[in-house]
Write a protein that binds this ligand. Structure first.
Ligand code: ZN
Length: 135
C-alpha cells in the first residue's frame, strides 16, 4: 500500500489535504473514496440515489437505443429512420440520465463525469437531425 498516495474527492476531484477533514464515507459499497467536505458528500449521495432510482430506466433506455442502432444494419437496406431514432434515444438517455462509468468517475470525478455524459447526450441530440439533413 502506498501511503503517499493522495486521495481525491470522488465528487469534485479536489485533493483531500487534511486527513481529519476528509470524509471517509463510502457512499456506495464499491466506492470507498472520501469526499472533500459535506457539500461534495451530499452531492455525491444525491447522485448515487438518483443512479439507484433510475438504473433500470437507464439500462432499458440504452437497450432500446442499441436495438435501433444495430437492427437497421441487418436489414436488406439500412433503415435510416430507425437508425436516427436509435441515436436520438441514446442522446435522450444520456442527457436525462448522465450516468458515467466507474472509470470516468475515477478519472474526472462525479461532477465533471455527469456533465460530460450530459454534454455527450446533447451533442448526439443536436447532431442527429443535422446529420439527417445532410444525407
Ligand atoms: Zn469535493
Amino acid at each position: 500500500m502506498d501511503e503517499m498516495e493522495k486521495s481525491l474527492c470522488i465528487y469534485c476531484m479536489a485533493e483531500i489535504a487534511d486527513e481529519e477533514a476528509a470524509f471517509e464515507n463510502f457512499f456506495v459499497e464499491e466506492y470507498e473514496e472520501a469526499c472533500c467536505g459535506e457539500g461534495c458528500y451530499q452531492n455525491a449521495l444525491k447522485y448515487v440515489e438518483f443512479l439507484k432510482r433510475y438504473k433500470l430506466h437507464f439500462v432499458l433506455g440504452l437497450a432500446a437505443a442499441s436495438f435501433f442502432l444495430v437492427y437497421p444494419m441487418f436489414l436488406r437496406q439500412i433503415n435510416w429512420m430507425l437508425l436516427g431514432l436509435g441515436w436520438l434515444m441514446l442522446g435522450a438517455v444520456l442527457t436525462g440520465l448522465p450516468f458515467v462509468t466507474k472509470l470516468t468517475i475515477e478519472s474526472m470525478g462525479i461532477k465533471k463525469g455527469a456533465k460530460f455524459g450530459r454534454l455527450l447526450g446533447m451533442i448526439i441530440l443536436f447532431a442527429t437531425p443535422i446529420w439527417f439533413f445532410i444525407i
